[in-house]
Design a protein around this ligand. Structure first.
Ligand SMILES: Cc1ncc(COP(=O)(O)O)c(C=O)c1O
Length: 437
C-alpha cells in the first residue's frame, strides 16, 4: 500500500527537519509508513494522493482550516478576483478595513482589529499587546496556543508543564532560559488553579489566555469567574478562538456564553484554508499595539482578507454552524453505536463539530493506529478526531458510519485476541512531539 507519498516523505525527512511544517501533518502522528502524506488534489470532502487514490476526509479537514470544504467555489472565486486584480501592492488593500468592520459588527464588544496570517503568530501579537497595555510580563494560560516563545516558556525548566495542554513533549530548546517563570498553565474548568496563579503572581500578570471552549463545556459560571478575576487583577483576558470559532455559531464561541474578552483571536477557519488571522479587541487595549512595534509585509496582502470576507459571508448565509453541529452529532452517535454493537470500550468527547473518541484498550495508541489503517483501506482519512465541514455530504456520513462499524468489529476482535500490533503494517503512531531520527 505505501506509495509515492511515503517515498517522497522519506526524501523530505532528509531535506526538511521534522519532515513537515506542522506536527499534526506528520504521517507518524497518524499511520507511520502507511499514511498517504501528500495530496495532488482536494475538493469538497475529498482528497487525492500522489498515486491518484481518492479518500473522503473524515479526519482533520485541513487541521480545522477548511470549514466549508476544500477548494470552496465561492471563497475561491473571491481569491481569484483578488489575484486577478493584484494580490499585493505598495498600497494597502481596502478589504482589511471591510473585514475589521464586519468582525466588530459580529462581536459588538470589539472596536479595533489587527491582522496576522497564522494562529500562533496572531496569538503572539495578542500577548504582546496585552504586555504592552499592562506593562507587565507574566501570562496565565490554558490550552495550546502555538509555537512561540511566550508559550513554550512554560516548559523551560519544567519540560512537561504543557503536557496536559493538547500536545505533550513540546521541547523548548532555543527558547531563552530567562523566560522561565513567565507562563503558567491552568486546566479548563479549574478556577482554583487560576486563582492560585493570580495569588502568587497577581500584579505581574499581563494576560489570562484561554480557549473559551474546546473539549469540555464550561461549567456554570466558569467563564464569568475568569472574566471577573481578569477585571479585579487588571489582566487582559484573551480568548483564543483560532480553533473554536465558526463551529457553533457565525463568530467566536464566546458569543454563545455571553462573556466578552478584551481580545479575541481568529485564524484557520476564518478564511477556509487561505492564510489569515485576526486579533480583535477593545479600543483601550488594542491602542497599545501602537506602543510596540508589530508590523510585517505579508500581513498586508489581499488574499487573506478577501478569503475571510467570502468565508464569513457564506458561513452566515448558509447557516454553516447548524450543519456542522448536526454532522458532528451524527458522527459521535455512529462511534457510540458501533462501539456498543461491537463491544469496544470508548469514550466520546468534544463539541460535535470538533469530536473525539478515546479507546479504552491495553495499548490504546496501537488500537487507534489500527483504526486509521482499517479506515484507510476503506477509502477514508480517519483518526480518533473528526472535524466537521460544510462539504461532508449525507452520503459521506452514511458510508463513513458503515465503515466505522466494520473497522470497530475488526478492532474489537483484535483487542480480544491481542493481535492489534500483529495486524499493523507499520509502527504505532506517535503521541505528541518527538525528534525524528
Ligand atoms: C487554539 C489554538 N491556538 C493556536 C493555534 C496555532 O495556530 P497555527 O497552527 O495556525 O499557528 C492552534 C492550532 O492548532 C490552536 O488550535
Amino acid at each position: 500500500m505505501p506509495g509515492l507519498g511515503q517515498e517522497l516523505y522519506r526524501k523530505a525527512r532528509k531535506r526538511i527537519p521534522g519532515g513537515t511544517q506542522l506536527l499534526s501533518k506528520r504521517p507518524e502522528m497518524l499511520l507511520p509508513e502507511q499514511w498517504p502524506t501528500y495530496y495532488s488534489r482536494a475538493s469538497g470532502s475529498q482528497i487525492w494522493d500522489l498515486d491518484g487514490n481518492r479518500y473522503v476526509d473524515m479526519s482533520y479537514s485541513g487541521i480545522g482550516s477548511c470549514i466549508l470544504g476544500y477548494a470552496d467555489p465561492d471563497v475561491d472565486a473571491a481569491v481569484h478576483a483578488a489575484i486577478d486584480t493584484g494580490s499585493m501592492s505598495t498600497l494597502n488593500c481596502a478589504e482589511e478595513v471591510d473585514l475589521a468592520d464586519l468582525l466588530c459588527e459580529i462581536h459588538p464588544w470589539a472596536e479595533m482589529v489587527r491582522y496576522a496570517r497564522g494562529g500562533g503568530d496572531a496569538m503572539a501579537v495578542a500577548v504582546r499587546i496585552a504586555r504592552a497595555h499592562t506593562r507587565r510580563d507574566k501570562v496565565a494560560f490554558c490550552g495550546y496556543h502555538g509555537w512561540h516563545d511566550w508559550y513554550l516558556a512554560a516548559n523551560v525548566g519544567s519540560n512537561n508543564a504543557l503536557g496536559d495542554h493538547l500536545l505533550p513533549g513540546l521541547a523548548p530548546n532555543g527558547v531563552p532560559r530567562q523566560l522561565a517563570g513567565t507562563a503558567f498553565p491552568f486546566h479548563y474548568n479549574r478556577i482554583d488553579e487560576l486563582k492560585a496563579i493570580v495569588q502568587v503572581h497577581g500584579k505581574e500578570l499581563a494576560a489570562i489566555v484561554m480557549e473559551p471552549i474546546r473539549n469540555q463545556l464550561p461549567q456554570d459560571g466558569f467563564l464569568q469567574e475568569v472574566r471577573e478575576i481578569a477585571n479585579r487583577n487588571g489582566s487582559v483576558l484573551i480568548f483564543d478562538e483560532v480553533t473554536s470559532a465558526w463551529r457553533l455559531n457565525s463568530g467566536g464561541a464566546h458569543l454563545i456564553y455571553g462573556v466578552s474578552p478584551d481580545i479575541a483571536v481568529f485564524a484557520k477557519a476564518i478564511s477556509n484554508g487561505y492564510p489569515m488571522a485576526a486579533i480583535i479587541g477593545t479600543g483601550t487595549v488594542m491602542q497599545a499595539a501602537q506602543q510596540s512595534f508589530i508590523s510585517s509585509t505579508y500581513w498586508t496582502e489581499r488574499i487573506g482578507p478577501a478569503a475571510a470576507l467570502a468565508t464569513i459571508k457564506k458561513h452566515r448565509v448558509r447557516n454553516v454552524s447548524a450543519r456542522l453541529l448536526s454532522t458532528g452529532k451524527k458522527i459521535q452517535a455512529a462511534w457510540q453505536s458501533a462501539a456498543e454493537q461491537t463491544g469496544l470500550a470508548l469514550t466520546v468527547s468534544g463539541i460535535p463539530p470538533l469530536a473525539h473518541f478515546s479507546l479504552h484498550a491495553e495499548d490504546a495508541q496501537a488500537a487507534r493506529t489500527l483504526f486509521t489503517q482499517l479506515m484507510l483501506e476503506r477509502g477514508f482519512l480517519a483518526s480518533n478526531a473528526f472535524y466537521a465541514t460544510y462539504a461532508q455530504s449525507d452520503e459521506d456520513i452514511e458510508q463513513y458510519s458503515a465503515a466505522v462499524m466494520e473497522a470497530f468489529r475488526e478492532l474489537a476482535q483484535a483487542t480480544e485476541t491481542d493481535t492489534v500490533k500483529k495486524l499493523l503494517k507499520g509502527p504505532v503512531a506517535h503521541v505528541g512531539f518527538f525528534r525524528l531520527t
